[in-house]
Design a protein around this ligand. Sequence first.
Ligand SMILES: O=C(O)CCC(=O)C(=O)O
Ligand SMILES: [Fe+2]
Length: 138
Amino acid sequence: MIEGSHKTLLRILHYPGMTGEEEVGAIRAAAHEDINLITLLPAANEPGLQVKGQDGEWIDVPCDFGNLIINIGDMLQEASGGYFPSTTHRVINPVGTDMSKPRVSLPLFLHPKPEVVLSNRYTADSYLMERLRELGVI
Ligand SMILES: O=C(O)CCC(=O)C(=O)O
Ligand SMILES: [Fe+2]
């Protein structure tokens, strides 16, 4: 299903240290869900990642070296008929003395092969294309 998928993507994210000139309320990555099936996130070098609990509260994700965070994506939510809801997450700005520290994170977005059937409505390809069209990137 995933093996050999050409859509799987490793992103190298570098969040520069803050200068103090940032807009009030700005954060490093706004709340979102990943479109893909599952995201593997080796712990970043700095904290900031938060996931939203079922009660709507934001939970700080520890970033101890060696931790592996696994986020459920929208495709798994679709494939499980909502049984596995996709993980809402965001990256907040550091405060205090940590403000100037840069953060590096390496999410691996696992995508099924395009022909994989997710539900009676979508294949992985039709799902991805619809979402990318909605986002205006294709
Ligand atoms: O930087 C992180 O820890 C998460 C990044 C993320 O959620 C994303 O790129 O979709
Ligand atoms: Fe994400």
